[in-house]
Design a protein around this ligand. Structure first.
Ligand SMILES: NC(=O)c1ccc[n+]([C@@H]2O[C@H](COP(=O)([O-])OP(=O)(O)OC[C@H]3O[C@@H](n4cnc5c(N)ncnc54)[C@H](OP(=O)(O)O)[C@@H]3O)[C@@H](O)[C@H]2O)c1
Length: 324
């Protein structure tokens, strides 16, 4: 695989640690302008200095955004569109996993507020909203390129999406058990949000067919040494700690190094080999078959419409530009 030094702009969400951080630096090494998000300003400063020293022509811009706050996500999209005249790839990578149920409010129509479970909001609703608001810029970038290469949306999902279920969408949105009882299982909530990432990708690719923008998602492998389970407790942390020890000795089988995982993200965001692939699920750099729900058009439409309603976008997005 070879990447040339390039004139491109890529937005990586959740790049203040883990896979996203490594991917941001690798993109900068190839000369890209790297826009990135996170909540930790100190961690961002370290990424900025790594980006600056990666390549003489690379530049980094940090946006401090909490993805639990959908108004802040809307503001991010507005700022990116105002400050940059191109966006070659959007990497939806920010993600969280929690043991305790927490909720955030969406104020989609400014009158009624919906309470949404935090994992679902951060992992699915925020990238759903951000992507739909940035599609016009991605589309414009693709259309203005002399070589008319597609612009790309890459979303970091997880192999755990196979454990997810979206059949009771209201329960998933609220973060309660079926029927509204108070049980919350953090692993299920995470798996549901990652299944939503896959369905979102397939639906988005369908809606973007012929537009010059592709959409794919990727399971980056199991990388226990990232910060993903920092909000988890008990068994998850213990298990991850032990797995991190194994993985640091030999990233084999399902285990992956942070570098290997980041390489998969960069491959999907920039490599010419996959320029025309859209609507696909990858296990690292290999095309793979996602859970059967990905082929369920009715479920995809239900998730799309409900997500649009929750974030206050018309269900017709990305056909229409909500910011114009
Ligand atoms: N590690 C694995 O084994 C694994 C496996 C499959 C999939 N994944 C996926 O890979 C992606 C990256 O995870 P990672 O393993 O690299 O974990 P990580 O080290 O914890 O990185 C997560 C990134 O997301 C950001 N983030 C978390 N909550 C956020 C919020 N509320 N608002 C804005 N940004 C937020 C974090 O930034 P701040 O906390 O600084 O704000 C950080 O930059 C996630 O989507 C995860 O689901 C990971």
């Amino acid at each position: 695989m070879s990447y040339s030094s390039e004139d491109s702009t890529v937005l990586v969400t959740g790049a203040t640690s883990g896979i996203g951080r490594e991917a941001a630096v690798r993109l900068a090494e190839r000369g890209a302008t790297v826009l990135f998000t996170g909540r930790d300003r100190e961690a961002a400063e370290a990424v900025l200095s790594a980006v600056r020293s990666a390549h003489p022509e690379s530049a980094g811009v940090f946006y401090r955004v909490d993805f639990a706050d959908l108004d802040a996500v809307r503001e991010l999209a507005r700022t990116v569109r105002a400050d940059h005249d191109r966006l070659d790839a959007l990497v939806n990578n920010a993600g969280t996993s929690r043991s305790e149920r927490a909720t955030t409010e969406t104020s989609a129509d400014r009158t009624t507020e919906a309470e949404v479970e935090l994992t679902f909001a951060v992992n699915h609703l925020a990238p759903f909203l951000l992507t739909n608001l940035l599609v016009p810029l991605l589309r414009e970038t693709a259309n203005n390129r002399p070589e008319s290469a597609p612009a790309r949306v890459v979303t970091t999902t997880s192999g755990l999406h196979e454990r997810g279920s979206l059949s009771d969408l209201d329960a998933v949105v609220r973060g309660t058990g079926a029927g509204g009882d108070a049980t919350f299982d953090g692993l299920d909530a995470y798996a549901d949000s990652k299944l939503a990432n896959v369905l979102f990708t397939v639906e988005l690719a369908d809606r973007l067919a012929g537009s010059g923008v592709t959409a794919n998602c990727v399971h980056p492998g199991w990388i226990p040494q990232t910060g993903l389970v920092r909000n988890a407790t008990g068994f998850s942390r213990l298990f991850t700690g032990a797995a991190a020890l194994v993985a640091s000795v030999a990233p084999v089988g399902p285990f992956e190094s942070v570098e290997g995982a980041a390489d998969a993200l960069v491959y999907l965001a920039r490599d010419p080999e996959v320029a025309d692939v859209s609507g696909a699920y990858f296990d690292r750099r290999e095309r793979a078959t996602p859970a059967p729900e990905a082929a369920d058009e009715q479920l995809r439409t239900r998730l799309w419409n409900r997500s649009a309603e929750l974030v206050g976008l018309p269900a017709s997005v990305p056909e229409t530009d909500p910011l114009s």
